[in-house]
Design a protein around this ligand. Structure first.
Ligand SMILES: [Zn+2]
Ligand SMILES: [Zn+2]
Length: 255
């Protein structure tokens, strides 16, 4: 499985892109970044987007990707997948013909550029031979973590944004996980804010790792706030007790 980090930052600033991970060129995991880093050909290869939750930093590039696909998308519609509550929020608040056009009716309803699909928490589905399972995580809005297994059995888990959580770790225990992409948004000095806003700090991450039946081979950290980056990296080295890798934009990971 090839994972291209399009964005892994907790805030948008020059040189810092919002969360998005492109799996084997076709499956986008969150859509904080896509059209500003992928060329036209790469954009057209994306057939599915898994969305963890409807916060703007995870969905903001979907409207521009849909617009770009109007010209020259000859294949199937781009399918945006998440829990029903997340999909409803995106439909009602963005693709509502006011903020942005309803691309599920463009150019027409029979052959649209984009479509939406629901996945229920606790369930699995097949996407082009890849198995995707989902569990709810802990964030102020409905949010889902994903377990993605490629046809060779290589498995990646992505938390999206979450505070301390359990369901995803329970589901993960049934899989042989090569890599976990997990968020750490704040330093330990901001633990209260992290808990209130449904995020993790380095010491909260180490508590989560203790809950796992088996810690995945690789722990890849994302969503670090640029303002606290050096502090968080220092604390991750000191506090977690396992080796973590800090993701950076444009990095290519193979698992
Ligand atoms: Zn969020
Ligand atoms: Zn976020």
């Amino acid at each position: 499985m090839k994972i291209r980090v399009l964005g892994s930052s907790g805030a948008r600033m020059p040189g810092h892109n919002l969360p998005a991970f492109l799996i084997d060129d076709f499956l986008l995991l969150d859509a904080g970044t896509s059209t500003c880093v992928l060329n036209k050909i790469a954009q057209r290869k994306i057939t599915h987007i898994l969305i963890t939750h409807a916060h703007l930093d995870h969905i903001n590039s979907i409207p521009f990707l849909a617009e770009n696909l109007v010209n020259g998308h000859y294949g199937k519609p781009l399918t945006v997948i998440s829990g029903r509550d997340v999909i409803n929020d995106i439909k009602r608040n963005i693709f509502n013909n006011r903020i942005w056009p309803d691309f599920t009716a463009i150019p027409d309803r029979k052959k649209p550029v984009m479509k939406f699909m629901n996945i229920a928490a606790g369930s699995c589905m097949k996407i082009s031979g890849y198995q995707v399972c989902t569990a709810k995580v802990n964030h102020p809005v409905p949010s889902y973590g994903f377990i993605i297994e490629d046809p060779n059995g290589r498995t990646l888990v992505y938390t999206g944004d979450t505070g301390p959580t359990n369901k995803l770790w329970n589901m993960m225990s049934y899989h042989d996980v090569r890599a976990l992409i997990i968020e750490v948004a704040f330093p330990d000095s901001m633990k209260q804010l992290a808990l209130l806003s449904g995020h993790l700090t380095p010491s909260l991450l180490s508590e989560e790792l203790k809950k796992m039946k088996k810690v995945p081979d690789r722990i890849l950290v994302t969503h670090i706030s640029p303002s606290y980056r050096s502090e968080i990296i220092r604390e991750l080295k000191k506090n977690t007790g396992v080796k973590t890798e800090i993701l950076s934009d444009n990095k290519l990971i193979r698992i």
